[in-house]
Design a protein around this ligand. Structure first.
Ligand code: SF4
Ligand code: FES
Length: 250
């Protein structure tokens, strides 16, 4: 019997936000259709490094396992992507796993993406409704608008577009492409449009759309192929229009 094929994984470990990072290497038994999450589960089952040292299971986030929840984003061989859809056979080895670098590390590969969720709150990325009584049917949405809105609604808040954006850094409060695109989505909705002005004002404030430097990395890193540069261009247009109207009639 031949030797079992191995998958070699290098994982950046960090016990907590204040601890120094370190690397650990693992040799796992290859199986067909293995993805990075399966590798991390195998390590959890038998947390022993390649040189035989007992260690702890690697901390990471995941939930849906089908590129829907957005929680498993990490750097895989230096690229921001989803661990659940990263197939081992398509990756050069050793496979290097690191946490996203633009968010604070909680432990190992798990990061705190609160910045993104706070930004979504800041731009009111929702449609406010009074849920205490039946409001009846909402306004109808034209099929053409639905077609434009659907791709935007696929955002899974993974943070990959923020990770690859040079404007998202410790010296800048830029909210990032996902947030701008969500403003476009909610402003497009017939009910959401009632709060379009407030969302635009938030986007025209500090860390808003004016901080985009047009690097266009975001659109290439998005696992859901959201037309992010198109959203940024459209929101720039809306922001200019609102600024001009404010200047003329304000
Ligand atoms: S826009 Fe794309 S890359 Fe950015 S958070 Fe949403 S799904 Fe992730
Ligand atoms: S586990 Fe949900 S996107 Fe990967």
């Amino acid at each position: 019997m031949g030797e079992t094929k191995k998958v070699i994984l290098r994982v950046k470990r960090q016990a907590g936000p204040k601890h120094a990072p370190r690397w650990e290497e693992f040799a796992l038994n290859w199986r067909p259709a293995m993805n990075v999450i399966i590798c991390l589960r195998d390590i959890a089952e038998n947390p022993v490094t390649r040189d035989g040292k007992k260690t702890t299971p690697v901390t990471y986030e995941s939930n849906c396992l089908e590129e829907v929840c957005g929680s498993c984003a990490m750097l895989i061989n230096g690229k921001a992507r989803m661990a659940c859809s990263a197939l081992v056979d398509s990756l050069p080895q050793p496979i290097r796993l690191e946490p996203l670098s633009k968010f604070p590390v909680v432990r190992d590969l798990a990061v705190d993406r609160s910045f993104m969720f706070e930004s979504l709150k800041r731009v009111k990325a929702w449609i406010p409704i009074d849920g205490t009584y039946d409001l009846g049917e909402g306004p109808r949405m034209a099929p053409e608008t639905q077609e434009q809105a659907y791709p935007l609604s696929r955002c899974i808040s993974c943070g990959n577009c923020l990770e690859v954006c040079p404007q998202v850094n410790e010296n800048n409060a830029f909210v990032g492409a996902a947030i701008i695109s969500q403003v476009r989505l909610f402003n497009m909705h017939p009910t959401g449009a009632m709060h379009a002005r407030e969302r635009l004002e938030a986007l025209m404030g500090p860390g808003g759309i004016a901080d985009c430097a047009n690097a266009q990395n975001c659109v290439k890193a998005c696992p859901k192929e959201i037309p992010l540069t198109e959203s940024i261009a459209e929101m720039n247009r809306q922001a200019w229009k609102q600024a001009l109207l404010g200047w003329l009639f304000g």
